[in-house]
Design a protein around this ligand. Sequence first.
Ligand code: SAH
Ligand code: SF4
Length: 358
Amino acid sequence: MALTDLKSLDKSSLREFMKNEGLPAFRAGQLLHWMYEKNITVIGEITEFSKTLRENLSQKAFISTLRVKEMLTSRDGTEKYLFELDDGENFIESVLIPADEDQANDDQNQKTKTPRLTLCISSQAGCAAGCLFCLTGKLGLIRNLTSREIVEQVLSVQRHITPRKITNIVFMGMGEPLNNIENVADALRILTELVHFSKRRITVSTSGIVPGILKLPEMAPMVNLAVSLNAATDETRNHIMPINRRYGLPSLMQALRQFPVPSRGRITFEYVLLGGINDSLADARSLVKLLHGIPSKVNLIPFNRHEGSEFHAPSAQKVLAFQKALLDSGCTAIIRKSKGADILAACGQLKAKYELKK
Ligand code: SAH
Ligand code: SF4
């Protein structure tokens, strides 16, 4: 008989499984605690269970993991993890990003003891959205990740880096989370309810899938939302993000105005600066107008080059001028330094081990 993967069972099926083994329901609770909070991968390590119980369970079940196939460390401390999925054919990447100096100071000001360590996780292998500037987008969609594969990126990397601790999670790796909303919502529930990760330290990033933005608050715990805006007019956005032809800026902004941001919370807007495309002062002015009335902060990300790309990053001077135009109009705007570019781990550079579509 095939062994049961205990990580593939939700709370109620796990209770059912235990019941069939003649075990009381509280054993399921203990098992969840060991698998998700203590992050163990072998039933034999559950010292709260008697030796006989551990042996009996091991004959029926196992705890699956996601294997780290390769790990690369950048000169700036960024780490890229390559995972081979269970099907043996597909790969995904997660990126671990230490705080840069200004963030570290921020954290110190907040008297946070643990330095910020952000894990950027994937929600799909590839992505169907096809944004012109993004390497993952060039792959097309390969497949959705299961909730287990999403959660396991966090657990596997955490095991790998202990005693360091992942402090923040962002869904900014491969894929469009809101195109895989059921599994992402399940993963968010597991991360907050079983792993006990604070929902205030989780951010879901979307290219602007309007129905998903409207549904997310009722499907999942209240996490932070980031929107990859990248253009402030439909004309430019249609050109660089085909998804905008389906969900244009008026409907996107209307959905965001309805989004229940937690008190004092803000929606983050990612804005990849592409030289000559969306980096003019007129673009900055359109952006200010568009965000008017929305509690927001803007992350400016100078384009990260990849091979064969038609785009280029604006000069440092232009980036600063764009930021100044936003700041002068009362917007919060931060220039994000590129991290992990030397190991192809920077924003939009993830493509794992796939051949690009011609
Ligand atoms: N699909 C979601 C989650 C992925 S986040 C989303 O798009 O929001 C990936 C982020 O990297 C997005 O903000 C995207 O705009 C940005 N990005 C993509 N390609 C990039 C590149 N070449 N240089 C800089 N940022 C890029
Ligand atoms: Fe997909 Fe996001 Fe890349 Fe666009 S930027 S192709 S939505 S991963």
